[in-house]
Structure formats: structure tokens, C-alpha cells
Design a protein around this ligand. Structure first.
Ligand SMILES: Cc1cc2nc3c(=O)[nH]c(=O)nc-3n(C[C@H](O)[C@H](O)[C@H](O)COP(=O)(O)OP(=O)(O)OC[C@H]3O[C@@H](n4cnc5c(N)ncnc54)[C@H](O)[C@@H]3O)c2cc1C
Length: 298
């Protein structure tokens, strides 16, 4: 597929995920009950699509969305077309069943290499079901491209040769200059995704199989996966948060607290007064009652 002569061609990887707010766990087997659970576009990926569409609106170019998944993932890609993507590809093949994050990243990078060159690849920071945040970095490694994770703003500069991005880190952010093409994974704070339009003006989702994208059969599916799931179990309940009723309280008070959920009420006073002096006088009075009257005095 030819690269636009002007503007920025952005490719977005999107994953269809079960709506985890509707998810239930089988109490016997402890596995996820997927039946009847609606599927959605991974919420982080909606932000990635929105970022790509805004870049095209500002600079021109093209937005391509791709997904690896079962045939029903086409629905998620159609939603991205409704959000403004120009073209969509679904990589769907029985040979991909059992693929872990390494095999998934490999397959997506083969698809990207086949679909054609692009200036920027966007992924969500993480998928809300698998939650590993490995696929974006895995694609970058396979394509030997620079990567920036947890990106919350993108400014393309220098005739699409580089981008200045802000990435979220614990307690703050970093500003990073990165040459293009590159892979960025985006956070939800990058934008507010637009609602999907009702029509997609004749644009269709195109299907690709593993032969179309020249996948090495040894690197996909269970065979190509390095991860083995040994067991699944729910987390143990956290007992530290349970409140005990104080045994020194009178019986009636203990019963009242039990009925109200066992929480001990916080006792406190509200200091009131017309002037700051009156409030300060009450505060000094309190300190005296607590035996702290000498606090603050020389
Ligand atoms: C042994 C094993 C077998 C598995 N077998 C299957 C299976 O048969 N079928 C199955 O559906 N899953 C299977 N999985 C899960 C599958 O590997 C992961 O769902 C997938 O690799 C994505 O990982 P993640 O959910 O942690 O995504 P993350 O790494 O958290 O996702 C980050 C971002 O990467 C992009 N991304 C992730 N996945 C895709 C995708 N599929 N298409 C496009 N973009 C994507 C999105 O932009 C996303 O926001 C298996 C996992 C293991 C360990």
C-alpha cells in the first residue's frame, strides 16, 4: 500500500475485548464465563484511534486499523471505521489459536509489514482483559522500531521525521523526542474519543490469513507461544479491611454498630465562631482538654 506523499500515515492496533464490567466467574471452575458477555473495542484502543484521526485531521495522511482475532472482531474494526479510520484489516486464522503475547506481537508485526509502510504505529497502553501491556513493545521489537509507552500527548515535528511526546510516569511525566517511524502506546488521558458515526461510507473490513502476511508457522499459535498457563484462581480475600467491634463498648452500642455494618463512628467537633479569634479560642480550649495546652508555647 503506497505511503501518502503528504501527511502522516498512522496504523492503529485494536483488540476486541469482553466488556469486563459484565464479566462473571464460574464459581466451580474459576474460569471466565464469556457467554452472553458483550464485546467492545478495548477502551485504550479507542483513544489510540481518536489520536490517529486527530493527527490526520491536522496533518493529512491515512488511518489504518488492524486487529488479530476471531471473525466477530470485524465488529470492533467497523466501529473504528465509524470513528473515522480510512481502512481496516482483520487477521483471522485458525492457525493463530493459542497465541500468547509473543506470537500475537509477531503476527501483528507481520501484518504491518505486509499492509505497507506507515509513519507511526499506535497501540493502547494495555488490553483490559489480558492486561499485560506487552503487545505494543513486542511489535516495536519485531519491526526494530523505537517505542514510547504510556504516551499522553503527541506533537509531530520536522516534516514527520520526529515527534515530541509526553509520557506518564509515577508522580509526573516525561517529555521524550522520538524519531519516526515509531510505536507509541497511549493512555486514556490523551483525548476523549468521539462517538462512532452511524455510517462508514462503503469502507469495508478486509480479511487476511497467516499465508497472506507470510507468518512463520513455528512462531504462531500454541507452537510459537512461550507462555504456559499453569493454573487460574481468584485472589484471596483481603482480611485486613474487616472492622472489629470494640469489646469494651456496652452491649446495646455493639448491637447498633453490628446492624449498621460494624463501623465505628468517628467522633469530632466542628469549630464555629464569627471571627478567627473565636475559632482559635475554641481550638486552644480543645488542646487544653486533651492535655496539650503547652503545645506551641515557648
Ligand atoms: C498460552 C496462551 C494462549 C492464548 N490463546 C489465546 C487464544 O487462543 N485466543 C485469544 O484470543 N487469546 C489467547 N491468548 C491471549 C492472547 O495472547 C492475548 O490476548 C494477546 O496476546 C494480547 O495480550 P494482552 O491482552 O495482554 O494485550 P496487551 O499487551 O495488554 O495490549 C496492549 C495493546 O496491544 C494491542 N493489541 C493487543 N492484542 C491485540 C490484537 N489481538 N489485535 C490487535 N491489537 C492488539 C492493542 O492496541 C492493545 O491496547 C492466549 C494467551 C496465552 C498466554
Amino acid at each position: 500500500m503506497p505511503l501518502s506523499t503528504e501527511g502522516l500515515d498512522v496504523l492503529v492496533c485494536i483488540k476486541q475485548v469482553p466488556d469486563v464490567t459484565e464479566m462473571k466467574i464460574d464459581p466451580e471452575t474459576h474460569t471466565l464465563l464469556r457467554e452472553g458477555v458483550p464485546s467492545i473495542v478495548n477502551p485504550f484502543d479507542e483513544h489510540a484511534v481518536e489520536a490517529a484521526v486527530r493527527i490526520r485531521e491536522a496533518l493529512g495522511g491515512k488511518v489504518t486499523v488492524i486487529s488479530m482475532g476471531p471473525p466477530q472482531a470485524e465488529e470492533a474494526l467497523r466501529q473504528c471505521l465509524q470513528m473515522g479510520a480510512d481502512e481496516a484489516f482483520l487477521i483471522s486464522d485458525r492457525a493463530l489459536v493459542g497465541s500468547d503475547t509473543i506470537a500475537t506481537s509477531y503476527c501483528l508485526s507481520r501484518a504491518i509489514a505486509t499492509i505497507g509502510k506507515c509513519d507511526l504505529i499506535l497501540c493502547g497502553q494495555q488490553a483490559i482483559d489480558g492486561d499485560t501491556a506487552q503487545v505494543g513493545p513486542g511489535i516495536a521489537e519485531n519491526l526494530s522500531l523505537p517505542q514510547v509507552t504510556c504516551v499522553s500527548s503527541i506533537e509531530v515535528q520536522d516534516n514527520r521525521k520526529k515527534a515530541i511526546v509526553r509520557r506518564e510516569i509515577e508522580g509526573g511525566y516525561e517529555v521524550v523526542e522520538c524519531s519516526l517511524p515509531a510505536v507509541f502506546t497511549v493512555t486514556k488521558s490523551i483525548n476523549s474519543p468521539r462517538p462512532p458515526a452511524t455510517e462508514i461510507r462503503g469502507r469495508q473490513v478486509r480479511r487476511l490469513g497467516v499465508l497472506d502476511i507470510n507468518c512463520d508457522p513455528e512462531r504462531i499459535g500454541l507452537k510459537g507461544s512461550k507462555t504456559w498457563v499453569m493454573d487460574m484462581f481468584p485472589p484471596k480475600p483481603n482480611r485486613r479491611g474487616v472492622n472489629a467491634i470494640e469489646s469494651t463498648l456496652p452491649a446495646a452500642e455493639r448491637i447498633r454498630l453490628l446492624i449498621s455494618g460494624g463501623l465505628r463512628e468517628r467522633k469530632g467537633d466542628i469549630l464555629t465562631g464569627c471571627s478567627l479569634e473565636q475559632v482559635a479560642a475554641q481550638w486552644v480550649n480543645h488542646l487544653a482538654n486533651w492535655g496539650l495546652s503547652r503545645v506551641g508555647t515557648p
